[in-house]
Unconditional design. Structure first.
Length: 371
C-alpha cells in the first residue's frame, strides 16, 4: 500500500506547485534512489492530461562524471539537456541523495566547469526563467542524521512542513510584500552583523509552495552597489560538498572585500569564480513556522522562521538588480534569541526583533499564526 502522505504530496506538486495543464510536457528529475514519489507524479501528471518525462540520476555516478569532466564533455552534456529543457513546460526536481558530502572532493576547477558550462545555462537561464518549476528534497536516513532525529521523526516533520496550508501562507505574505516594495533602506543587526543596503525599486516575490517544497520566504535583491558593512552567518552551509561555518563578509559599495570562514581559502575560491560572485543577488526573509534549526540543506534552512538569507551571485529575473554570476549561494543568518537575536529595520523602523515581527500588520506571519 502506498503511503497516503506521498500521494498527497504528489497531488500538491502537480495541481498546485506546477499546475499542470493538458498537453504540457513535465520533466520529473530524481537524484537519489526514491521511486514511489516519482511513480505517483507520473500518474498525477497523466491524470491532468500532461505528458510526464523522467530522469533518474545517481549521485555517485554524477560524481564520477564530474571527477573526469572536460570542457568538451560539459558543452555536449549541456547541448542535449538544454534542448530537452527547452521542450519542457514544467519541471519537478527531487533531491534524495544518501551522502550530502558526495561532491566534497571534486576539484574546484571541475565544479566551475559544471556550474559555468552546464548548470547555469540549463537551470538558471532556461529552467528557472522559462518553465513552471518546483524543487524539493525527499526524506531519508541521511537527512534525518543532519537534523539529529530518527528517520521516522524526520519523516513526520517533513510531511508537516511540506503539506502545510501554502494558500494561507501566500495570503499572509501579501502585507510584507507590499511593505518591502515601499522600502528604501534596510538595516540588519546581530552578533557580528551591522549591514545596510537599499531595496528601492526592486520587486518583492512571495514564495509559498510554487517553486520550492518546503517553502516560506519572501525575496528581493539589494541595489547592487548599495551594500555596506558586515554580516556573519550563523547557520552552517554546504556548497559543492564542502561544509562552511562562521562565514563572514565585509562589504564596500556592494562588493565583498573580505571573506572569512572555517575554510577561508575555499570560500574565496568560490567568490572568485567571476565578478558577480562577490556581489549580492538576493535578500530574503524566512517564515516557515515548522522549520526552526539548520540542517545543512538549503531548501529547508533558507525557510527557517526568524531568519534571513543574503546571497552572493546571480539575481533572479523576478527581482533583478542586474548582478550576473555562475553561482547563487544562499547563506543563512537566524535572528531568534537562541541564535544570538537581532533586529531588522526598514527605513529606520524596527520591523522584526529576535525573529518575531513587531509591526501589528505583520503579526500574521509569526509562527503561531501560520501553523
Amino acid at each position: 500500500m502506498k503511503d497516503p502522505r506521498i500521494q498527497k504530496l504528489a497531488e500538491n506538486l502537480v495541481q498546485y506547485s506546477v499546475d499542470v495543464q493538458p498537453g504540457e510536457h513535465i520533466l520529473v528529475e530524481m537524484i537519489g534512489s526514491e521511486r514511489e514519489l516519482v511513480e505517483c507524479l507520473v500518474h498525477e501528471i497523466a491524470k491532468r492530461g500532461g505528458h510526464p518525462h523522467v530522469e533518474l540520476t545517481d549521485r555517485k555516478v554524477q560524481r564520477a562524471l564530474l571527477m573526469n569532466a572536460t570542457k568538451e564533455q560539459m558543452e555536449t552534456w549541456k547541448e542535449y539537456d538544454l534542448l530537452r529543457m527547452q521542450r519542457m513546460d514544467g519541471y519537478i526536481g527531487i533531491r534524495a541523495g544518501e551522502n550530502v558530502n558526495e561532491m566534497s572532493d571534486v576539484p574546484a576547477d571541475k565544479m566551475k566547469l559544471y556550474e559555468s558550462f552546464y548548470s547555469h545555462p540549463v537551470h538558471m537561464e532556461e529552467r528557472v526563467k522559462r518553465t513552471k518549476w518546483v524543487v524539493l528534497r525527499y526524506p531519508n536516513a541521511s537527512m534525518a542524521q543532519l537534523s539529529n532525529t530518527s528517520t521516522e521523526a524526520f519523516e513526520n516533520f517533513y510531511f508537516d512542513v511540506c503539506t502545510l496550508d501554502y494558500t494561507k501562507m501566500d495570503q499572509a505574505m501579501e502585507v510584507l510584500k507590499e511593505l518591502m516594495e515601499r522600502t528604501d533602506r534596510v538595516r540588519l543587526v546581530g552578533k557580528g552583523t551591522d549591514l545596510t543596503f537599499s531595496i528601492k525599486g526592486i520587486p518583492a516575490v512571495k514564495c509559498a509552495g510554487k517553486l520550492n517544497i518546503p517553502d516560506g520566504e519572501i525575496y528581493t535583491s539589494p541595489v547592487r552597489d548599495s551594500v555596506n558593512g558586515t554580516i556573519t552567518y550563523n547557520a552552517p552551509t554546504l556548497y559543492s560538498g564542502t561544509t562552511f561555518e562562521s562565514v563572514s563578509f565585509r562589504f564596500e559599495n556592494g562588493k565583498i572585500v573580505e571573506a572569512t570562514s572555517n575554510n577561508t581559502t575555499r570560500l574565496n575560491e568560490i567568490l572568485d569564480s567571476d565578478e558577480g560572485a562577490r556581489y549580492i543577488g538576493e535578500f530574503a526573509i524566512g517564515v516557515n513556522p515548522y522549520i526552526l534549526h539548520p540542517m545543512k540543506d538549503i531548501l529547508f534552512d533558507e525557510k527557517i522562521t526568524g531568519s534571513i538569507h543574503f546571497t552572493p551571485g546571480q539575481a533572479y529575473e523576478q527581482a533583478d538588480n542586474g548582478n550576473r554570476s555562475s553561482i547563487h549561494w544562499d547563506l543563512v543568518m537566524i535572528q531568534r534569541p537562541e541564535y544570538g537575536g537581532g533586529e531588522m529595520y526598514f527605513d529606520d523602523v524596527l520591523v522584526r526583533k529576535d525573529g518575531l515581527f513587531v509591526l501589528p500588520e505583520l503579526d500574521v506571519l509569526n509562527p503561531d499564526n501560520l501553523k
